[in-house]
Design a protein around this ligand. Structure first.
Ligand code: BGC
Length: 813
């Protein structure tokens, strides 16, 4: 990886699937894996295309029992371009001798490129350069360009250009026994002589998807009138373009593509739209130019400069590019959530989890309109969440652990353990903490934006209904004089129940209970923030009684939190579990991140051990600052000090296998203040986790959105030390100054644009005059200032004498 480029200099079939995921190109509306245009789906390659909201449900007959699953559907493959020379079979990696090869991904523009020189069986040497993008400027547009140079021959070539609807969801080996067919054919069609189009329909959800492709050849710089041969089936359409090429003379080919679905706005139906749009698309170069301008604008607000750490710098930028490929302004126009694995793989079936919590902080401070739209994904599913709560015997709204099209619970009932080949029951839907995450996300969005309108129109209703759910799932234990929550799981998925217990779930997961205490204390504040008439109306519509307010108040003071050995217990009874012989497992298995699978394959029950898949109780220190936690615990009547935090973090650090890479982000965050070198090490693991596929085979099934975005947040929150308090003040507390030296990033905070940079022990905050909304209050080391637009403020970083003095902007700092 160099500069802004991720490069692979060889063709390695074993690594192709991972590379295809990492070189996906997308625009927040749809995304396509970085598969070579000429390769079909098989054991090496997987040309997948996915669009937000493109879900479909299918029933699999599984050992005689019907199992229903919802998948984010792999859409027709629009990439197909195959080269046939002199009437021979199409060129594939396996059919030619590669003389030179480079597969690269230009991070700045999410542009995938392949440069290859090959010798075919007849001894002909050919150079082929392929460039491809999915337009950030026009959400339905994509383009491929081929440059073909016959190096030692002249002759006849045929290029097959196709749209292939004969695809299925077949990527994830663990799911292969389940139904993967999601598309029914509708019709192929042409729009004039050079445009082919295809329409398909999802089998159950009835979403129409149409793609159209305009393929043109340019010889000697001019559009060439080539021979075209059309072939079509109900789920496939192709043209074969035939023309002659001259030795040493480049031939250029462009395939401009459009993709529409029946969920899109401003169309009559997708096939007409796809055909009409592609007809009007400009040439590849012009379209690429527009695409690059759109990315340039995005980078202006989203780049993070980290000049002292070149490796981290590159990976941060790779992560920015991938986050924006899945969540862009285009996303905001659709009914989209954040699939945990982005839009470039099929793991977790494109479902939406609590991972949003790691994704939004980066967007909140740069492109908050995207978070707003993604939060509306939850708001639109409030009715379903209410129904789920009601069915389970609760009040309010209970959002599902895994969410897809309509917000019902999509978590599967059984899960394949690839180590044992066994299908084990999956109880992870008991992770009710996803509801706390949604509450937290709405609140943090509000704090970062001051978007009271959102809170008034949507957010408050979500928050009230979630708080109400927690009040109804909790019960008061008179013996303890505390509220308790039973039958749930925390984020640590290794613990689903007590060892040997019949019933699922655990008692008093500390993370959940403390979040609920915070929620119960926050929800009355939400009502106070709203205009009085709206607060009254909401209370009336939702029938929020004084008694309910009293219960919230009481819960904020009396949620039960378990402790043992001077640390917060992950859940009640954790202290009684067995210690695992970590040394033995480390010595026996090359990778013990998924200890659950290892233990189960050994016939042991992970529930019986003090082992965590990921941060659980430790999440609290990641989500809240010391001051906030002190307040929460004080209100609860529990002693809390920095030492409890340190002890708890250290305790679980020794007992966590990091089977979810989210855990590296969390531990890096909580260790930033306690053990900066160790924090940085974890930060680097998180940064490397997708690009190097540290889990050995997961990234090829889709990048990890939470981790990618989480690393960006780590930099701004844990290292630059930004946090926002309930008064709307931005606090900054830079750490790791040696590594951060020269760091530069932009933020949009409550409508104001800032640029932060650190040089030596000085932090500069440049306040942009343009669009200043004020007031802008920034606090560094207890020094609270109201900043005015058009000026740069230089602060001495804490630890040094704090002095903030304005400098005129444009002084080069
Ligand atoms: C993690 C969850 C996460 C999910 C989707 C699981 O492996 O344990 O916390 O939500 O992956 O990313």
């Amino acid at each position: 990886m160099q500069g802004f480029t991720l490069t692979y200099d060889d063709y390695d079939p074993a690594a192709e699937a991972l590379r295809e995921a990492l070189t996906s190109t997308g625009n927040g509306y749809f995304c396509t894996r970085g598969t070579a245009e000429w390769e079909d789906m098989g054991s090496v390659h997987y040309p997948g295309t996915y669009a937000h909201g493109g879900y479909n449900r299918e029933t699999s007959l599984f050992g005689g029992s019907p199992v229903l699953n919802e998948d984010l559907v792999n859409l027709p493959n629009w990439l197909v371009l195959k080269l046939r020379i002199g009437g021979e079979a199409a060129v594939r990696f396996g059919s030619v001798e590669l003389l030179d090869y480079r597969h690269s991904y230009d991070i700045r523009f999410a542009l995938v490129r392949r440069d290859l020189r090959f010798r075919d069986r007849a001894g002909r040497v050919t150079t082929l350069i392929s460039r491809r993008f999915v337009s950030m400027a026009h959400s339905h547009q994509a383009g491929i360009e081929w440059t073909l140079i016959p190096e030692n021959w002249s002759g006849h070539v045929e290029i097959v250009t196709a749209l292939d609807g004969r695809v299925a969801n077949r990527m994830v080996a663990r799911y292969r026994e389940l139904e993967g067919r999601h598309l029914d054919p509708v019709s192929p069609r042409t729009f004039g002589h050079d445009i082919i189009a295809l329409k398909v329909q999802t089998r159950q959800s009835n979403i129409y998807v149409a793609e159209a492709a305009r393929t043109r050849v340019f010889l000697g710089g001019r559009a060439a009138d080539v021979e075209r041969d059309l072939y079509q089936m109900e789920d496939y359409i192709q043209q074969i373009l035939t023309f002659d090429v001259e030795e040493g003379e480049p031939a250029r080919l462009e395939k401009m593509v459009s993709l529409f679905t029946s969920r899109d706005n401003a169309i009559t139906e997708p096939l007409t739209a796809a055909g009409r749009h592609v007809l009007r698309y400009p040439r590849f170069d012009e379209a690429l130019d527009e695409h690059q301008s759109a990315w340039t604008e995005l980078w202006e607000g989203c780049d993070i400069q980290l000049p002292r750490e070149p490796r981290a710098q590159l990976l941060l930028r790779l992560h920015v590019a991938h986050v924006l490929q899945v969540c862009s302004r285009h996303t905001a126009r659709h009914d989209a959530g954040v699939p945990a694995r982005g839009l470039n793989g099929e793991a977790y079936r494109g479902h939406v989890f609590w991972d949003e919590m790691y994704v939004y902080p980066f967007l909140n401070l740069r492109l908050p309109e995207i978070t707003r739209a993604l939060l509306l994904y939850r708001y639109r599913r409030l009715t379903e969440a209410r129904a789920a709560a009601c069915e389970a015997g609760y009040r309010g709204a209970m959002f599902p652990w895994q969410s897809g099209s309509d917000g019902t619970e999509e978590t599967q009932q059984v899960h394949l353990n690839p180590l044992s080949g066994q299908w084990d029951p999956d109880l992870s839907h008991n992770q009710r903490h996803v509801n706390a995450a949604i509450f937290y996300n709405v609140w943090r969005y509000y704090q970062a934006t001051d978007d009271l309108e959102f809170l008034r129109d949507y957010g408050a209703e979500l928050l009230l209904e979630i708080a109400r759910f927690w009040a109804s799932i909790a019960h008061f234990n008179p013996g303890r004089q505390r509220y308790e929550i039973h039958g749930v799981m925390g984020p640590d998925e290794f613990h689903e129940r007590y060892p040997g217990a019949e019933e699922a779930g655990l008692r008093n997961n500390a993370y959940t209970n403390v979040m609920v205490a915070w929620i119960s204390a926050t929800v009355p504040e939400v009502l106070k923030l709203l205009p009085a008439s709206r607060a009254a109306m909401l209370r009336r519509i939702l029938e929020v009684t004084d008694e309910e307010l009293r219960v919230w108040e009481d819960m904020s003071r009396r949620m039960y939190v378990p402790f043992h050995d001077g640390v917060i217990s992950q859940f009640e009874g954790y202290a009684d579990l067995e210690e695992l012989d970590w040394d033995h497992y480390r010595a026996t298995y090359p990778n013990i991140q998924r200890l659950d699978r290892i233990l189960k394959a050994e016939g042991r029950d992970p529930n019986a051990f003090k082992v965590s898949k990921q941060a659980d109780a430790v999440m609290l220190f990641f989500l809240f600052g010391h001051g906030d936690l002190q307040m929460i615990f004080k209100r609860l009547g529990y002693a809390y000090d920095r030492d409890l935090a340190r002890r708890t973090i250290e305790y679980y650090d020794r007992r966590t296998s990091h089977g979810s890479t989210l855990s590296f982000v969390t531990f890096a965050g909580v260790l930033a203040g306690l053990d900066p070198p160790s924090s940085w090490d974890r930060f680097m693991v998180a940064l490397e986790s997708d690009v190097n596929d540290v889990q050995g085979g997961t990234t090829k099934e889709g990048i990890h959105m939470g981790v990618m975005s989480g690393t960006l947040d780590l930099l701004q929150r844990s290292y630059v030390g930004s946090s926002i308090d309930d008064e709307g003040v931005l606090h900054l507390q830079p750490r790791l100054l040696d590594r951060l030296d020269g760091v530069g990033l932009c933020m949009r905070f409550r409508g104001n644009s800032l640029r932060l940079s650190v040089k030596g022990d000085e932090l500069t905050v440049l306040v942009q005059a343009e669009g200043f909304r004020g007031p802008l209050r920034v606090c560094i080391s207890g020094d609270l200032r109201e900043l005015t637009p058009g000026r740069a403020y230089v602060f001495q970083v804490p630890g040094q004498a704090s002095s903030a003095h304005p400098r005129p902007s444009g002084d080069g700092r």
